[in-house]
Structures are given as C-alpha cells and as structure tokens.
Design a protein around this ligand. Sequence first.
Ligand code: ADP
Length: 544
Amino acid sequence: MTLTGQMMDQPLSISALIEYAEKYHGDTEIVSRRTEGDIHRYTYADAAVRSRQLASALQKNGVEPGTRLATLAWNGYRHLEIYYAVSGIGAICHTVNPRLFPEQIGWILNHAEDSHIFVDLTFLPLIEAVYASLTAKPTVVVLTDRAHMPDSSLDLVCYEELLAQGDSSGFEWPVLDEQTASSLCYTSGTTGNPKGVLYSHRSTVLHAWASCMPDVLNLSATDVILPVVPMFHVNAWGLPYAAAMVGAKLVFPGAGLDGPNLCELFSNEGVTLTAGVPTVWLAVLNYLAETGGNLGVLNRTVIGGSACPPSMIDALQDKYGVRVIHAWGMTEMSPIGTIGAPKARHVANDSFRPLQEKQGRPPYGVDMKIVDADGRDLPWDGKAYGDLWVRGPWICSGYYKPEKPDPHENGWFPTGDVATIDADGYMQIVDRSKDVVKSGGEWISSIELENIAMAHPAVAEAACIAARHEKWDERPLLIVIRKPGAVVDEAELLSHFEGKIAKWWLPDAVLFVDEIPHTATGKVQKLKLRERYGDYLITSQVTV
Ligand code: ADP
C-alpha cells in the first residue's frame, strides 16, 4: 500500500508569482514604451498593488470565475496587470492577436464570448469595425487615462478609472484549484477556423519554472528581459510569468518593434535577453548593418516560431556576441517544446555550432517521438523523419469548444510537424507536414532550401514552396527578395546550392519578388504563396 506524502498541499497559482516578485524583488523595474508616446517605469511592488486593485475592481463589476476577458494590446505594464488580475480571480485572460483580419478577430471574440475587451489606443478602430458583429456585447476598456481617452462611436470605459474603483489593500487573491483555466490563446489557423488553447494555472507555472532552467533560458534576477514576441502570441512565450518567478527586470517595447526602437531599449535599459521570431531579427540586423550600431550588453536571444536561418545565427554570434537559443514550440505547447542547449562534450570539443541549426532537445516536462504514417515509432538516428508527437503537463489535451474531434493519438498530441531526432534527443524540424515538397513520392525540406538561400549575401528573404509539377507532382520553387542594391540572378543563386544538397533537391526555378507575405505571428504565409505561384512550373504564370 502506498503512503501519502506529508508535504503542504499548495496549488500552483499565477497570483503567487506576482506576490513572490512583490515580496522578494519589489524594487526591480518594469519599463514600458507606451502607446501615449512616453516611457513608463515602475516596480514589481507597484505592479502587484495595481494587479490587486484591478482584480478587486473587476470583482466589483461582477466578473465571475470562468468569465473570458479579451485583450487587444501591445506588450506593456497595463497588459501585465491584466494578465495577473484576470487569471488571479479565476477568470480567463484571452489575448487576441490584432494582426489578424477583422473577420477573424470577430470570429474569435464571438467564439470565446468575452465579457470585456481591454484595448490599446492603437487597436480601437479594429474593435469599432467588428463591434456590431459581436453577440456578447462586451464592455470595451481603453488602456489609458482620462486625458488620453479617444472619441468613439462605442461606449468606452477608461482603464485607469476602472482600476480606481478597486481596493488593493482590502483584497486577497482567492485560492484556486491549480487546474483552473487561466488564459486562452487561439492558434492563427492557417487552415480552417482558429482553435482555442486554454491554459491552466498549473500548466502556466510549470512551464514558467521549466523555462528558468539553465539549459532552457537560464533566467535570473540579474537578467533584463525584453520580450519582442507579443503578449498576444502564446503569452509572450511565458516570459511575463517566468520573469516574475525569478525577479528579472522586464522591458516592454509597446508598438516599437522596429530596429531603431528596439536597439534604443536594448542599450538604454541594459537588456540581457530577448526573444522573438526570425523576421524581427532580419529588421534589427539590417538596421545595425546600416548604422554600425551594436546590441549593448545583450548576451542571448531566443529565436523560434520559424526555423532560424544559420546565417542569422552566425551574424548574431560572431558579429554581435549574442548567443542564439534556437527554440521550437507551438501555441498548443505553452509554447516551449525544445531548446538548443549543448551537452558537456559539445562544450568540451567546441562542436555545438552545427547542432544549433536543429530545434533542440526537450526540457524535463516534454516527451516526444517521431512516427510513421501508421503511428509506429521511427528510429532516433537523425535521418529517419516522420510525424512529431508530444505529451506533457503544459501541452493541450484538447481545444476550447472544438469544432472537430480531438486530434490526440493515445495520449500524444500530433504536432503537424515532420522531424528527425538524433541519438542525443536533438530534434530537427524538416517541415510543417503541409509545407514539405513531395517530389515523386520523396520528401524535400523547404526549410533546408530556404536556409541555404538565406546564406547567399544578396538574399534578404527566401521562401520555398511546393509548386505543382506534371511529372513529379510537386517540385521546389524558390521565391526570393534581393537585398537593396544587390545583384543576383537565377543561375547564380542555383549554383550556390551545389554541393550542399542532393541534386534532385535543387529548386526548379527561382522567382524574384518585392514582397513575401507573413502571417499574424510573423511566419511566411506559404498558403498564400502557393495560391499565387503554385502553378508557376506548369504555366510559368503567376496567379494574382
Ligand atoms: P500558428 O502559427 O499556427 O499560430 P504557432 O505559433 O503555435 O502556430 O506555431 C507553431 C509552429 O511553428 C510549429 O508547429 C512549427 O511548424 C513552427 N515552428 C515553431 N518554432 C519553429 C522553429 N524553431 N523551427 C521551425 N519551425 C518552427
């Protein structure tokens, strides 16, 4: 018979994170670039007091546990207060991606039936455009003070006035079951309608804990963290929680996600760690090349969301001394799945650089495997590739109010990615299963072709798609934006692939364009490229 352990039964909770930061790191700063145009500074102690005040105000306004409250906001201190206040009272902080099309935003708000929408000044027109279609008629709260309240056709509530209704001193966080839902984030839904992933207090705290580990992000009270990844994209990869867990200074860039604004914050605030998708770094590196600037004391950056091109790893590490932490994850995984961290022998013989191009190995808490079309395990030899399946306490077990049946397979979540795993457990994404080029029954990795193209000095951005082909079904078509002023033609670019890939992987054609479309989360929109250029190899025509 087993014995029950005699340790305290304390549920993991999000409110305990901000309470911890207040008590042990109360004077650590949180700095935000505001939509009002200025820089705002306060401390974890201030953030904790205002989060309690907002929580109390929401309760006074009738917000019940389980209610969904939406945000349409940049990274900033008020958004952080909403994260803690809403989840802390057992309601659900539903972050909405403002870069989605208005119809998608309307669809998501109706699906979640939000009671409130907290909106930054910048995004008010978006809500005004969709409000008539919203069935729950949510209260619209503008994230500003009375002096900056805009005119609107809608009835608006001023955030600072709402907050002033609350009483922070008389308020205590309720004790919640750790499985209580805490936040909600929809995947961008490149196919079909968006799907809601409903995180819990337990999953959020465990994920934050894991991200602090040395071989994950190695976070500490001495760090200054600037999440470029938006708080509306998988909770800024969990950084607002993990930073509070260790008492790291937080720097929020607001709407200033361009090279000049980011570099100014990096150096003025002493940022040591940042995180974002590769497209952000394209802009920052271009800006640095133009201005001859540097990245201050920044010493590591987490890059994920799409494959980090090797040329970007080299530029950041060799030129600017910033270690690249290549990471892979998904909205469904909170998001951390794997992280590129070396093992002892890679450090001893300085052999980690090539492995950084892989997506990394899982931390404790994530289990993964690759399987064939019949769900049978494939070998971990770094060569065999198959569907990547995952499981763990911060991986979703089903979608919120799903339209389709649960996708799980015997307790595993099929990621939709195709990958290899090597003997040490390092995983490499070959492709998203819907993006892989299926040429005569064999698979070609669009990511690998893009990485090679991106290493050419004249290439600013490259995307590879499966174009229809009469003989082979599909063949790779490379779509390229040249760097400003750079000269390169198809023959030269294709010769750059020689010796780097098997001959039959060589793209059938290169198409030079001025623009490559991106999704709301900064990934290349391959679906759109396929619609536009999918018949190019059959007709050499572009469908507009
Ligand atoms: P969506 O874009 O559908 O909202 P996510 O932002 O959750 O979804 O993206 C998850 C997907 O992004 C993964 O399944 C994978 O295909 C891709 N991805 C994330 N990180 C990486 C990476 N480092 N390398 C390659 N692909 C990545």
